[in-house]
Design a protein around this ligand. Structure first.
Ligand SMILES: Nc1ncnc2c1ncn2[C@@H]1O[C@H](COP(=O)(O)OP(=O)(O)OP(=O)(O)O)[C@@H](O)[C@H]1O
Length: 261
């Protein structure tokens, strides 16, 4: 990906996450909510994807499944090369709302996940500052989250992801709570981070302006993921069901014809 959203790596490259008929149902019994069902897709190295759908269509749930933050209740979410159930450290997540820890400065927030990964303090600090610098945010380094606007905080959250050098960035409605100008700035740093890393990026959004910044568009409606070329398993299953219905009607018609003779 380049900063203007152009894909530089052809699809069909290394798969970073693969969903096969993945589903997530919250709760059980009559009150159960099927948030995602029959999701089949793969995110490959270098991809730039917008997952577009209205509020409640299942976008966050799908991203959480891909990031390994949640488990599917049916089907599979795999990270090729990693044992099932292990944390996919090659994925970085930008969350929907405020996610910086209030008592820590911006640079400390960026350094924290590195420290958790076992990076020594001095190196973590240096990498955190470099990530802020890379995105033109160095002036914010010593600010507390309270002193940042929502857009600035979200850009620091992007720097936090960049510092860990993931191969795939998942951003869940990263501009959902921002005005138009801040949204543009956040998308700018997000695409710049992806370009710097050569990482794939997948952004969930209900904003077409955000979706337009990315070369590939998937859509979600009522928990169902639809890929542009209709490769979703769900589509194939629906086609199979339609063919089956047609065949059933044909058989019934033939039976009626025979009986009429
Ligand atoms: N923890 C939960 N418990 C019960 N239902 C949930 C839970 N999380 C999400 N849901 C429901 O699952 C469905 C999908 O929610 P999800 O947050 O994935 O959608 P979304 O497209 O990301 O929406 P939004 O953009 O508003 O976050 C919704 O009906 C939601 O109410």
């Amino acid at each position: 990906m380049t900063a203007n959203g152009t894909e530089t790596v052809t699809p069909g490259g290394e798969q970073l996450v693969v969903c096969t008929d993945a589903a997530r149902t919250y709760g059980t019994g009559p009150g159960a909510v099927v948030a995602v069902h029959g999701a089949s897709c793969a995110v490959t190295a270098g991809a730039g994807i917008a997952v577009v759908g209205p509020s409640g269509s299942g976008k966050s749930t799908l991203l959480h499944l891909m990031a390994g933050l949640d488990r599917p209740t049916a089907g599979r979410v795999a990270h090729p090369g990693l044992p099932e159930g292990s944390l996919p450290r090659h994925i970085g997540v930008v969350f929907q709302g405020p996610s910086l820890l209030p008592p820590l400065t911006a640079v400390e927030n960026v350094a924290l996940p590195l420290r958790i990964d076992g990076v020594a303090q001095a190196e973590a600090d240096a990498r955190a500052f470099a990530a802020l610098e890379e995105l033109g945010l160095e002036a914010l380094a010593s600010k507390l989250p309270d002193e940042l606007s929502a857009g600035q905080a979200q850009r620091v959250a992007v720097a936090r992801v960049l510092a860990r050098r993931p191969r795939l960035i998942l951003a869940d409605e990263p501009t959902g709570q921002l005005d138009r100008e801040s949204a543009g700035q956040v998308m700018g740093v997000l695409l710049a981070a992806a370009a710097t890393l050569g990482a794939a990026v997948l952004v969930s959004t209900h904003d077409m302006r955000v979706a337009d910044a990315l070369p590939t568009r998937w859509s979600m409606a009522d928990g169902r993921l639809v890929l542009p070329d209709g490769t979703a398993e769900e589509d194939r299953a629906e086609e199979d069901r339609a063919e089956e219905r047609l065949a059933g009607k044909r058989r019934a018609g033939e039976r009626q014809e025979r009986e009429a003779r």
